[in-house]
Design a protein around this ligand. Structure first.
Ligand SMILES: C[S@@+](CC[C@H](N)C(=O)[O-])C[C@H]1O[C@@H](n2cnc3c(N)ncnc32)[C@H](O)[C@@H]1O
Ligand SMILES: [Zn+2]
Length: 352
């Protein structure tokens, strides 16, 4: 079960300012659905923001979720990527075993796709069979038609957003034993539609590397990330077994340092100007040369991978900085509450 500990509260602090209305919505999920769902959505929100940051204008994102969370995540996607960049809500239907007698079999997942910039994104139109009614050949002139092995007539139409693809069954030859493994065909379809040969595909929750394998087969470059050690081992094994990787690189766990770090001394006057001479938390002001008063603070602490970059700095007064370091989690939570109150008072203007 997801808990508030899964959320990076420090990172959230910056996001509350950027997405006040979304934060207000995410806060309300606790009352609508419960704390685990709220925590999960916050967790996803932070990652979706990063995906948006690294996605090229030609790229698309596909977010795979189950129907218990897809409606909440769609709001997150709409906020971060923009409603106008929405591409599809794909329904992936499958036929796994087990179903309730009290409702229809829950046999589909949702895949939400968005571009960063609509119309700049790559889309390779795909076709699928469209069967003609009454088994008659289509009456329209100039429409190409075919007969399948059972004598049924079909034409080729643009692929719809409803996909019937077999899930990984017990006897599937693809099966790795990874519990949430997805079929290669699903990833092949996504990768073919939204990238070209030589492009780079990123799966930040790659599990047993289905995306990586499909990308490699299709001549794309790829990056796979997963938090589970089991996944790390499986990725290597799977790629090795099918001959895609010959020399296994060592697992390093090194967080790369970004180029051109900015010193706190350099950052201080810039932040002072950006924040109009006010503490970024309480809003108090004081002259810049009052040395003990101002502290340049890492929004994401260095021990959590935060870097010496302007985007990760803020200027705090001494009091706020001391409070933040003595009770960091509570401080971040209080900051969320503060933004929520500001939103409730309509202090933020609505995003255009
Ligand atoms: C639904 S599975 C993805 C399955 C994958 N498509 C496949 O075919 O194997 C989600 C994955 O996210 C990983 N995960 C969970 N939390 C994570 C985190 N904080 N960072 C990276 N990966 C995470 C899990 O270990 C799991 O492998
Ligand atoms: Zn302050």
């Amino acid at each position: 079960m997801w808990t508030w500990d899964d959320v990076d509260k420090y990172g959230l602090y910056g996001l509350t300012k950027q997405y006040p209305h979304l934060v207000q919505f995410l806060e309300s999920i606790e009352g609508l659905h419960g704390k685990p769902m709220m925590s999960y959505c916050y967790f996803m929100f932070q990652r979706i923001v990063e995906m948006h940051r690294v996605l090229k204008p030609t790229g698309s994102i596909y977010l795979h979720c189950d129907p218990t969370a897809s409606h909440y995540l769609k709001l997150v996607m709409d906020s971060v990527f923009g409603q106008k960049n929405f591409l599809n809500e794909i329904v992936w239907g499958y036929r796994t075993g087990g179903a309730s007698k009290k409702w229809f079999g829950r046999k589909h997942d949702i895949i939400l796709s968005y571009s960063v910039k609509i119309r700049s994104h790559i889309f390779n139109l795909m076709k699928e069979r469209s069967y003609c009614s009454n088994n008659q050949p289509p009456g329209f002139k100039g429409v190409e038609k075919w007969k399948d092995e059972f004598g049924r007539w079909y034409t080729m139409a643009s692929m719809r957003d409803v996909w019937e693809i077999d899930a990984i069954g017990r006897s599937s030859s693809e099966r790795t034993g990874y519990p949430t493994q997805k079929p290669l065909e699903l990833l092949r379809r996504i990768i073919k539609a939204s990238s070209n040969e030589g492009d780079l595909v990123l799966d930040p929750f790659c599990g047993c590397a289905t995306t990586c394998v499909a990308a490699e087969e299709l001549g794309r470059k790829w990056i796979g990330i997963d938090v589970s050690e089991k996944a790390g081992e499986l990725v290597m094994d799977r790629l090795h077994n099918i001959g895609l990787i010959h020399n296994l690189p060592a697992i390093t766990n090194i967080v790369p340092t970004l180029a051109n770090p900015v010193s706190k001394g350099k950052a201080k006057p810039i932040l002072y100007a950006e924040q109009n001479g006010r503490c970024n938390h309480c809003g108090e002001s004081e002259a810049l040369d009052k040395r003990a008063y101002w502290h340049v603070d890492h929004i994401v602490p260095k021990k959590r991978g935060g870097q010496d970059q302007m985007s990760n700095y803020q200027l705090l007064c001494m009091g706020c900085n001391n409070r933040k370091s003595s009770m960091p989690d509570e401080w971040a939570r209080a900051e969320l509450q503060r933004v929520r109150d500001l939103v409730a008072r309509n202090t933020f203007s609505r995003a255009s």
